[in-house]
Design a protein around this ligand. Structure first.
Ligand SMILES: *Cc1c(COP(=O)(O)O)cnc(C)c1O
Length: 408
């Protein structure tokens, strides 16, 4: 048994657990008891993999990035989750969870969303299965992510703007949990990342583990060896990172580098670098690292990337970082913007601004020429074009002579 996997009580070291209101005890317990027998059944696996293949478009390519490899002095392969249906890795998880919901006899789906990517992925599979879908989204995000709101509506979902707190992702999660408390019998809550009460972090990690399952045979096919020297991914709640590393967690030959959103800097008030800045607390049903003040008030996360804008981080990653298994880098807004432009201009791939954080991490690492590096491009950048264009001066400033050493 892996030392980084969840234990029988739902913990990863000191992190995790299921801290839910009493009214949800039964509901969460039912899920804890049901999820493994269902997702390990042949019937589930057949349906899940058929949908991943024909609906999502898997396997996603593992692409050798020649020009970037030359630039960084390594052998860089990109795992192209941006090519999935709906444009990111999130659909791997929603396809799995809706199949689970159906097998558990649930008829109503709820979800939280920040940037709207998970909301769209959930609304998509609800349309596919003909199920009722309600999405909770902070009122601030409803405004700044308008296209995704329209997509969800077109897919038939009802979007509820949440007006409590900062009116962003964290508040949307709280509201989804509140709704779940009111409808525990018929409702399945599709959680969007490796967070929430046990068994969600483990469930989501397993649904995303198809990423590293594919990396294994794709590397074997391409280089005759089924493991890389480095895995690199961005981390918000931690689901694309969990999927990328899942089958390599205990393989110490593989170094794991994760990029969290530094915002203006992890040591400023404008950051979402939870692993750098957080302290142990309970948020949305689990013990994890949380950005909070001394009174336990949650501090708002800040980053240019709506998908990484969360004041907590999944318990599995808290544990791995604490044990030194992962190296976590804080990548600032300007570095991410530059990373996004770099991949665009050097490989013709416009990445999501979240994924651009992983690209930017490359320049902070020292490689040997033969090092095989697999980096997950978690999503495509169509939704971020405005952000890239608005912040283009960050790239130009970085290229000007007087700022040659500005890279902290
Ligand atoms: C949501 C999102 C993320 C962050 O979520 P994780 O659970 O940490 O993977 C990263 N990239 C993209 C493209 C996203 O949509």
């Amino acid at each position: 048994m892996s030392k980084y996997q969840v234990d029988e009580k739902g913990f990863y070291g000191e992190f995790g657990g299921a801290y839910v209101p009493e009214i949800l005890y039964k509901c969460v317990k039912d899920l804890q008891e049901a999820y493994l027998p269902i997702i390990e059944s042949q019937e589930f696996k057949d349906e899940y993999h058929a949908l991943l293949k024909d609906y999502v478009g898997r396997p996603s390519p593992l692409y050798y990035a020649r020009r970037m490899s030359e630039k960084y002095g390594c052998q860089l392969y990109l795992k192209r989750e941006d090519l999935n249906h709906t444009g990111a890795h999130k659909i791997n998880n929603t396809v799995g969870q809706i199949l689970l919901a159906k097998k558990m006899g649930k008829t109503r789906i709820i979800a939280e969303t920040g940037a709207g990517q998970h909301g769209v992925a959930t609304a998509t599979v609800c349309a596919l299965m003909g199920m009722k879908c309600e999405v909770f989204m902070g009122a601030t995000d409803v405004e700044r992510q308008h296209t995704n709101v329209e997509r969800m509506k077109m897919l038939g979902a009802e979007v509820h703007p949440v007006r409590t707190g900062n009116m962003t992702l964290s508040d949307a999660c709280s509201e989804a949990i509140r709704d779940w408390c009111c409808h525990p019998a018929d409702t399945f809550y599709i959680v969007g990342s490796t967070m929430g009460p046990h068994p969600y972090p483990d469930l989501v990690a397993r649904m995303q583990s198809v990423i590293s399952e594919e990396i294994k045979w794709q590397l074997e096919e391409k280089i005759g060896r089924d493991y890389p020297d480095y895995l690199v991914a961005c981390i918000g709640g931690g689901s694309n990172a969990a999927g990328t590393i899942y089958h390599y967690m205990d393989d110490e030959r593989v170094k794991i580098v994760l990029a969290e959103a530094g915002g203006h800097g992890w040591d400023t008030d404008y950051t979402a670098a939870t692993i750098h800045r957080g302290t142990v607390g309970i948020l949305h049903g689990a013990k994890m690292l949380v950005m909070q003040n001394e009174d336990g008030q949650i501090q708002e996360a800040f980053t240019i990337s709506a998908g990484l804008d969360y004041p907590g981080v999944g318990p599995m990653h808290c544990n791995m970082a604490q044990k030194g298994r992962t190296q976590v880098l804080s990548i600032n807004d300007d570095e991410a913007i530059r990373g996004g432009y770099e991949l665009t201009r050097m490989e013709g791939i416009i990445p999501a601004i979240e994924s651009a954080h992983a690209i930017a991490a490359l320049s902070k690492l020292t490689f040997k020429k033969d090092d095989v590096v697999v980096l997950t491009v978690s999503g495509r950048g169509d939704k971020d074009i405005e952000t890239y264009l608005k912040n283009k001066e960050m790239v130009e400033k970085a290229n000007s002579p007087e700022s040659a050493n500005s890279n902290g």
